[in-house]
Design a protein around this ligand. Structure first.
Ligand SMILES: C[S@@+](CC[C@H](N)C(=O)[O-])C[C@H]1O[C@@H](n2cnc3c(N)ncnc32)[C@H](O)[C@@H]1O
Length: 562
């Protein structure tokens, strides 16, 4: 009877069909179903693992087998799954009201045409189809269903998000929702409206996190969500377990309280309690990056390939330096070390990199400049959005020269880089201008001292996981990055500055872990007073979140290789 599970993986992936281990379905069924007369809906029931668990739980609570069929409803758009479900429930002496439909077309009990009625429990494992495959009319229906519940989802949302929101519309005010969701609920940008909605919608939110992957055929970390009542709520209850076998040992009165951030991601909730507490203590001993200077966006030109030009192009059009600004070329690949010097800039200029930014004087025109602007018009540059909203289109606003660059799109971790070349920058990086009261050492010291495990963990917690598992930090998130405060910075720099050339060379060779180990020793242990175990726990947690973020992804976009 379980043959549908043997459908080719690609066929199942297209409709997000990954089957839940019974231990998880049983746990969620037990948690959500509290009375023998409870009405239960699985909105995307597949082969009924949740309906079977529900039937067993209802019977355990004293429901008559003959009555159970009238209490259970299962929806799926795949008729063979429903046929298999009916047969499996029949084996248990039960049945259900099966509806073959796109769940997003199923009217809620508040709408005309309702087919399932108000529910005491909604349980299930929504399909997880990424936005690239979740397209067309199916997407439109799902977005409209979520919007009807007040949740505006972006075009990047995977299908589980709308399923979760639409499913909640079937609950009685006291009803319980129990679902398996991808762990990216906690971290990705597109789930932000869902995170906000969860706090508003439910009175109680429980989350269960797993240390190990729970689905053999889906390379996806999952969390279990059990929410009930009518919100809002300020704090969540968290449970951490190793795997599904541990679920039976969970007691509903054993949670760890957590206050999820009102905005931004909730990655810290994925950390075990002791590490979360340790990280809080360490972060309090550090300071935020904006204690030294506020991260700012680089220049947005609208067309970097036109406005950022090489020495060859400069010479070809005979563009005088007064019409140009020196920049760190777009991208970050040329910035492997702790600093960017004038000599490196010269080397890049000679190599033909785009080291100039077009920024003509408004009045003094030249023949070469006029020819270059004409070439831009022929290429349609003035039609680029950013060019249409400024006057004149050919003069991008240049941001002030920062003391430090900040790489905000990273595979591993964001980096600070001393701007020894004193160039300005385009928007492949952020810039940080140091405050007047920052210690004199900060400009040289911060890039090295930010390479410590606590700052790296901070980046995982504060930043957001972007497409392809990339860690992205907007200026506001970069501002909150924990870095050593002035006292610790000066102390650690005294001990490390003599080695900084060596460490810079190590970093340029790509051996970043050696640098981190040395900075951890001097800064976290020496200057901040953590012991070996504490440093180890912070380092392991940073690694855990990084590995989870990057596990199944390949890079795209303009990204720092670090
Ligand atoms: C992740 S599987 C879960 C199946 C089952 N609940 C379990 O956990 O084993 C998702 C199920 O959703 C169904 N499905 C996908 N999109 C759907 C939609 N828009 N409406 C109803 N069912 C859908 C698929 O056919 C698949 O059976």
């Amino acid at each position: 009877m379980r043959t549908l599970r043997e459908d080719p993986l690609a066929v199942r992936k297209a409709r997000g069909a990954f089957f839940t281990p019974p231990a998880i379905a049983d746990f969620l069924g037990r948690w959500a179903i509290r009375t023998p007369d409870a009405r239960v809906l699985d909105p995307t029931c597949g082969e009924a693992v949740f309906l079977l668990a529900a039937a067993e739980q209802l019977q355990a609570l004293g429901a008559e087998s003959s009555a159970v069929a009238a209490q259970l409803s299962g929806v799926d758009l795949h008729q063979p799954s429903l046929d298999a479900s009916a047969a499996l429930l029949h084996e248990l002496g039960a049945g259900a009201n099966f509806v073959c439909s796109d769940f997003f077309e199923l009217p809620t009990p508040a709408q005309i045409g309702d087919r399932v009625g108000w529910q005491d429990a909604v349980i299930g494992n929504p399909p997880f189809v990424r936005y690239q495959e979740h397209r067309g009319d199916a997407r439109k229906r799902s977005v409209a269903a979520a919007l009807a519940q007040g949740v505006r989802l972006s075009g990047l949302a995977s299908s589980w998000a709308a399923t979760l929101v639409h499913a909640s519309a079937f609950l009685k005010p006291t009803g319980r929702l129990a679902m398996v969701l991808p762990a990216e609920l906690l971290t990705v940008g597109y789930a932000e409206p869902i995170r906000r909605w969860l706090r508003k919608r439910f009175a109680v939110v429980n989350l269960v996190m797993f240390e190990r992957l729970q689905f053999h055929d889906a390379d996806e970390n999952v969390v279990l969500l059990v929410a009930h009542g009518t919100g809002p709520c300020d704090s969540f209850c968290l449970f951490h377990v190793d795997d599904a076998d541990d679920l039976a040992g969970i007691h509903p009165l054993d949670p760890i309280g957590a206050n999820p951030a009102a905005e931004g991601k909730w990655s810290d909730l994925a950390l075990p309690l002791d590490v979360r507490q340790l990280f809080k203590v360490v972060a309090e001993r550090m300071t935020r990056l904006d204690g030294y200077g506020t991260p700012e966006l680089g220049t947005v030109t609208g067309a970097n390939d036109y406005f950022a030009l090489s020495e060859v192009t400069r010479k070809k059009y005979d563009l005088a330096e007064k019409h140009l600004k020196r920049i760190s070329p777009p991208g970050t690949r040329h910035l492997k070390g702790l600093g960017f010097s004038r000599a490196q800039w010269e080397e890049l200029r000679l190599r033909g990199e785009r080291v100039w930014l077009l920024h003509p004087e408004k009045t003094a025109q030249s023949k070469g400049l006029a020819t270059y602007l004409e070439a831009g018009m022929k290429r349609g540059v003035p039609e680029a959005y950013k060019c249409t909203v400024r006057d004149p289109w050919w003069r991008p606003p240049v941001v002030p020269v920062p003391d430090l660059f900040f790489t905000y799109m990273s595979h591993r971790y964001p980096r600070l880089i001393t701007n020894g070349a004193k160039t300005t920058l385009v928007n492949s990086m952020h810039g940080v201008r140091l405050k007047d009261d920052a210690p004199a050492e900060a400009r040289e010291a911060l890039p090295l001292l930010a390479l410590n495990s606590a700052t790296m963990l901070g980046a995982e917690v504060m930043g957001r996981s972007y497409g392809g598992g990339i860690l992205k930090m907007e200026p506001r998130e970069a501002a909150s990055l924990p870095v050593p405060g002035p006292g610790a910075l000066v102390k650690a720099w005294r001990a490390l500055s003599k080695q900084s050339l060596n460490l810079d060379a190590t970093l340029r060779r790509g051996e970043w872990w050696g640098v981190v180990a040395e900075v951890d020793r001097v800064l976290l242990r020496g200057a901040l007073g953590l012991n070996n175990d504490e440093v180890g726990a912070i380092r392991d947690a940073a690694t855990l979140l990084r590995v989870r973020r990057t596990r199944k992804t390949e890079p795209h976009g303009s990204v720092d290789e670090a």
